[in-house]
Design a binder for this molecule. Structure first.
Ligand SMILES: Cc1cc2nc3c(=O)[nH]c(=O)nc-3n(C[C@H](O)[C@H](O)[C@H](O)COP(=O)(O)O)c2cc1C
Length: 197
């Protein structure tokens, strides 16, 4: 059995389609006996801190240089890194906001990605991610449909794949979408969307 981390990033609570989709993914993984423990982090209930000058300084300090104040500033970043580190499966939901991920999810990612923590530099200048062997399920909800836009307007899945691959060592990302939520008489079949899971 594996443990899962559930990241929710829509501010719409129980009305959120992306949250309902990621919850359906979690429930199916439980039903299939693939996970037996779920840690939930709802970013709308407690927003990640934005990066400010003081925190950025702490990000680039050697561990032995970090004092008590630095530890307090880094407490959120350390907590979410530990949650990621302890989970084998990560289920992330995001609304599409202005073609991109939610600002809450971006703020969470900006706390997660850290040189020396989520990735390390090798002697030859290449990077190695430190959160390897994890599977990510990405649940996206959008008012419109990808099929109606130029292909180059897809930023969410490509961004999440790139940032996890480059800065965490996570390369296994499986995406599910609820599309057309802004259409009149929209109806959603979550089980249908995740039928191949
Ligand atoms: C600020 C804002 C920006 C949005 N931008 C887009 C967009 O660029 N493309 C789109 O298809 N839908 C867009 N939508 C619609 C949402 O993607 C849609 O309502 C979706 O269901 C939100 O996910 P949620 O239900 O999980 O909150 C936007 C909605 C809001 C509130």
């Amino acid at each position: 059995m594996k443990s899962a981390l559930h990241i929710i990033s829509s501010a719409r609570g129980a009305l959120s389609y992306s949250r309902c989709l990621s919850t359906a993914i979690i429930n199916k993984l439980i039903d299939k006996g693939e996970i037996d423990k779920v840690v939930e982090r709802d970013l709308a209930k407690a927003s990640p801190p934005f990066l400010d000058e003081a925190l950025i300084w702490e990000f680039y300090k050697f561990p032995e240089m970090i004092d008590e104040r630095g530890k307090r500033l880094l407490s959120y970043a350390n907590a979410i890194f530990n949650e990621m580190n302890e989970a084998e499966i990560i289920v992330i939901s995001t609304p599409m906001h202005n073609l991109g991920i939610s600002s809450l999810l971006k703020a969470w990612l900006d706390q997660l990605v850290r040189m020396g923590i989520s990735y390390k530099f090798n002697a030859d200048g290449t990077k190695t991610g430190c959160l390897t062997s994890k599977k990510v399920y990405l649940a996206i909800a959008s008012g419109g449909r990808l099929a109606y836009w130029p292909r180059e307007y897809e930023f969410i899945e490509s961004y999440i794949k790139a940032v996890f691959s480059a800065y965490a060592g996570i390369t296994d990302v499986c995406t599910y979408r609820v599309e057309g939520t802004a259409e009149p008489n929209f109806r959603v079949d979550y089980e249908g969307i995740i039928q191949n899971l």
